[in-house]
Design a binder for this molecule. Structure first.
Ligand SMILES: [Zn+2]
Ligand SMILES: [Zn+2]
Length: 376
């Protein structure tokens, strides 16, 4: 598109980051740009979600291509001229780049429509794992039916401009737990008259380290981390309540079941031993992401068409991805695009010093375009 300055578009979004489900400015920029180019744009899908459609064809050949629009609640430390204008907000996961690559692809497709229906999905609230579900709950997959779906995420440290994916489990599930221990607190000088939840809580933190190491199959990948320990005690007061929170990850549903059962058994056992009460709550924030092998083959074909190298058997990722909610309902694949290891482009995702590399935009857009034109 001669009149689309992709770099300026990306840098404008970068300088004006929006958080979670509140991404009205970014969504409007995306929708206005694609509507002006002639795409069929639907706004406010599940909040500020946008769907831009192009090409004609039956639903059983239609494809969904997805980008995310939200930033992170951290303060940017890149020092670039187009640095975030808002303290406490930073596009530290490259979603400004994902959005721009998909807009650039949409403009290419508008200029020369594909031989099938292509829906470009721009979702809010990826970081909290709620945006895809909000769009699904608003009828995304009924209003824009597709037979396959693809997502693309930038990856620092991976060779610049190369793609990587793999069939099967690819991104981890994430479940958060909150364990509340309730005893009877009081004067620190009279522990014999109390039911101390703090001593039980300390024992529980240690015991939780055995949930993975003594209960999960060693061939499975699983992580459990206790991340916070709060009490209502004071310098000279034994607490009545202890709250322990944390998160666990893995790739298979059965791993989640084993973790849940073990955690409840251990927490109940320790509480009983100390004569106190316990309440264990576990909630899922991200589903495991599974790539379909045919979709991986389609991605490999599109990468070659776009002149990009793709690794189709790359090791799976330890992080979680909201795109899993789409892949629970539609076969598809999640693909990584490398941006090398130099300077701010090589900083890890979610780092205050990380920034998306603009030179990836034409490569990502070419991959999206090839994917839209393939699989018919
Ligand atoms: Zn992220
Ligand atoms: Zn991300």
């Amino acid at each position: 598109m001669p009149d689309f300055d992709a770099e300026a578009f990306r840098r404008d979004i970068h300088a004006n980051p929006e958080l979670a489900s509140e991404v009205p400015r970014t969504a409007k920029r995306v929708a206005d740009t694609l509507e002006a180019a002639g795409l069929d744009v639907t706004r406010n899908v599940g909040g500020h979600g946008v769907v831009a459609s192009v090409g004609e064809g039956a639903a059983d050949h239609a494809v969904l291509l997805r980008a995310d629009m939200d930033a992170l609640p951290i303060t940017e430390k890149t020092g670039v001229a187009h640095e975030s204008t808002i303290a406490g907000r930073h596009h530290g996961c490259g979603h400004d780049g994902h959005t721009t690559m998909l807009v650039a692809a949409g403009l290419r497709l508008a200029a020369n429509p594909p031989m099938r229906r292509v829906h470009l999905m721009f979702q809010p609230d990826e970081e909290n794992g709620r945006g895809a579900k909000a769009m699904i709950d608003d009828g995304l997959l009924e209003r824009f039916p597709v037979s396959s779906a693809f997502g693309l995420h930038v990856m620092p440290g991976m060779a610049h401009g190369t793609l990587a994916t793999a069939s099967g489990p690819f991104c981890a599930f994430e479940e958060n737990f909150e364990i509340t221990l309730r005893g009877h607190g009081g004067h620190a000088s009279m522990p014999d008259r109390l039911a101390d939840p703090l001593v039980a809580g300390a024992e529980l933190v240690s015991a939780l380290q055995t949930v993975v190491s003594r209960n999960c199959d060693p061939r499975d990948h699983a992580v459990l981390s206790v991340t916070n320990f709060e009490t209502d005690g004071a310098r000279n007061v034994v607490p009545s309540t202890v709250r322990i929170t944390g998160d666990c990850r893995g790739f298979e549903g059965r791993v989640a079941d084993v973790i849940k059962k073990s955690m409840k058994r251990i927490a109940t056992g320790i509480a009983t031993a100390h004569g106190i009460e316990v309440d264990v709550r576990i909630s899922r924030s991200f589903s495991p992401l599974n790539n379909n092998s045919e979709a991986v083959a389609q991605a490999a074909f599109a990468a070659k068409e776009a002149g990009l190298f793709i690794e189709v058997d790359t090791p799976r990722c330890g992080f979680s991805e909201d795109f899993a909610a789409i892949l629970e309902r539609v076969p598809g694949a999640f693909v990584l695009i490398g941006q090398g290891g130099e300077g701010r482009h090589g900083r890890p995702l979610h780092d205050p010093g990380f920034e998306f590399d603009d030179t990836l935009i034409p490569k990502g857009a070419a991959f999206w375009e090839a994917l839209a034109r393939s699989g018919i």
